[in-house]
Each structure stands twice: as structure tokens, then as C-alpha cells.
Design a protein. Structure first.
Length: 163
């Protein structure tokens, strides 16, 4: 058995480049930066940034075209794909991309309150994107040891949430 799954939370480096192909197929691509900060042995704070090439297809690409902008913070789930091509000088080139099947926009509103996250995913079976909005409940913060969140209708708990 093997698994190819990537989960990233990062900031968009450029507005998505969106291309339309035959039969209404849409592709969106953009760079996503993830950063790690640590203190070295000399006490200096070091920030290391990795750039990831994100690729979205079909309805998910259309959602990205409308909602994703440079600087947006995103939660991405997908798989790693490496492809090769020959450049104009005849050299073989390789590029590694993240083919995303789920995207969650993590944005703040201008007034300092949180905006409901916008989630979209490509469904493998019917290739339609679902968009969901989550309303913030008026529940006080629970400290560890309190009763965890549970959904009596569907029987889910906080461990079943996608983030």
C-alpha cells in the first residue's frame, strides 16, 4: 500500500493564473508559501520558507478564480505530482506540483472579526465542487478536559473535522 497525500497551510504568492480549455475544463495555478520559524544555537530566529506550485482543476479552479488573491491564507489538501518537459533549448526540465482536491480559504475580515471559511473540493466521482460556509457558534471557549464538541445529528466529534 502507498499513500500520496499533502496537507498545507500557507499564503498565496501571486494571484491565480486561470486557463480555460475545450469542453469547459478550467485550470488554476499559483504559488503557495509555507514558513517555519525556529531559534538556532546562537539564539538567532531563523525563518525558512518553502514554495509549492498549486494546481486546481474544473469547478475548484473556478472557485479559486473568484476567492483566491495574493496574500490569501489557504488550507490545501492534495497529492504531489512531478512532471517533465523539454524547454526551448532542448533541455529536460522537471516540475513538482500539488494537485489540490480540497481548498479552504482562511481569511480575516477588515473589521477584525473572522469571516466564515470557504471550503471547496473536487469530488472524484462526479467532479463537482462543493462550497460550504461555517457559522461561528456563540459558545464560550472550552479548556482541555471540558466536554469535546459533538454533533448529535451526525455523531461526529472534534477528531472528525478536516482541520
Amino acid at each position: 500500500m502507498s499513500i500520496n497525500k499533502v496537507i498545507l497551510v500557507g499564503n498565496v504568492g501571486k494571484d491565480p493564473v486561470v486557463r480555460y480549455f475545450d469542453k469547459g475544463v478550467v485550470k488554476a495555478s499559483f504559488p503557495l508559501a509555507t514558513s517555519e520559524t525556529y531559534t538556532n544555537q546562537q539564539g538567532e530566529t531563523i525563518t525558512s520558507t518553502e514554495w509549492h506550485n498549486i494546481v486546481l482543476w474544473r469547478a475548484l479552479a473556478e472557485v479559486a478564480e473568484k476567492t483566491v488573491k495574493k496574500g490569501s491564507q489557504l488550507y490545501i489538501v492534495g497529492k504531489i505530482k512531478t512532471r517533465s518537459y523539454v524547454d526551448k533549448d532542448g533541455n529536460n526540465k522537471y516540475i513538482t506540483e500539488i494537485l489540490a482536491d480540497t481548498m479552504l480559504v482562511l481569511e480575516k475580515k477588515q473589521q477584525g472579526t473572522w469571516q466564515a471559511p470557504q471550503e471547496a473540493r473536487n469530488d472524484v466521482t462526479d467532479r463537482k465542487a462543493e462550497t460550504s460556509e461555517f457559522n461561528e457558534p456563540d459558545v464560550p471557549y472550552q479548556t482541555p478536559g471540558d466536554t469535546p464538541f459533538s454533533d448529535p445529528v451526525e455523531g461526529r466529534n472534534e477528531d472528525d473535522l478536516p482541520f
